[in-house]
Write a protein that binds this ligand. Structure first.
Ligand code: NI
Length: 187
């Protein structure tokens, strides 16, 4: 049975620390439990991803679980994917602006520049190295979550003029104004 984990809130020191590599992966019951609980906690909160430091565990583990919800109406559907010790490589650096939020900073949205395409290498629960190429929204989620492993928050690299409350963000969703707001920001 998966359980709901408490989510660390912005200002908590765990969110500013560098997380440690996971060494023993195979047959690690604690790690398996953590990942199941992270998936459950992320989905319960309508999140699209979560990093272990957000649930007070200083390990280099993220879960990416994009799906459409009230918080992210345009998110693509995918099976939740756990990435252990993930490493991002950017062969073709090209930044794109997009909206982000964070379960550790509810109520705040901001426009953040991220790489459009990333290559990622990580270990799965059997300790096997997996490589993947991701673009656009899912690439954005992965970059956001890997930042958490290095003690970075999404608003660190956002233009503060883009800071938007959740209610105003939801108004933009209803009015179809999300893209327009990004275009205005770029000027
Ligand atoms: Ni976050």
């Amino acid at each position: 049975m998966a359980k709901l984990l408490q989510i660390a809130q912005a200002g908590n020191r765990i969110l500013r620390q560098r997380a440690e590599k996971v060494e023993n992966i195979k047959h690690n019951g604690e790690l398996l439990r953590l990942i199941n609980d992270m998936i459950y906690t992320c989905q319960d909160a309508d999140g699209v991803g979560i990093a272990a430091p957000q649930v007070y565990v200083p390990w280099r583990v993220i879960v990416v679980a994009s799906k459409p919800s009230a918080r992210y109406p345009q998110a693509p559907q995918m099976e939740p994917l756990a990435m252990i010790n993930p490493v991002i490589v950017v062969p073709k650096p090209a930044l794109v602006d997009g909206w982000e939020g964070c379960l550790s900073m509810p109520g705040l949205r901001a426009i953040v520049p991220r790489h459009k395409e990333i290559h990622i290498s990580f270990l799965d629960l059997s300790g096997t190295r997996i490589s993947g190429v991701y673009q656009d929204f899912v690439a954005r989620v992965i970059q956001h979550e890997v930042d958490h492993l290095d003690g970075k928050m999404f608003f660190d690299c956002a233009d503060p003029r883009s800071f938007t409350s959740e209610s105003e963000f939801q108004r933009l969703v209803r009015n179809g104004g999300l893209e327009e707001a990004i275009a205005k920001m770029a000027k």
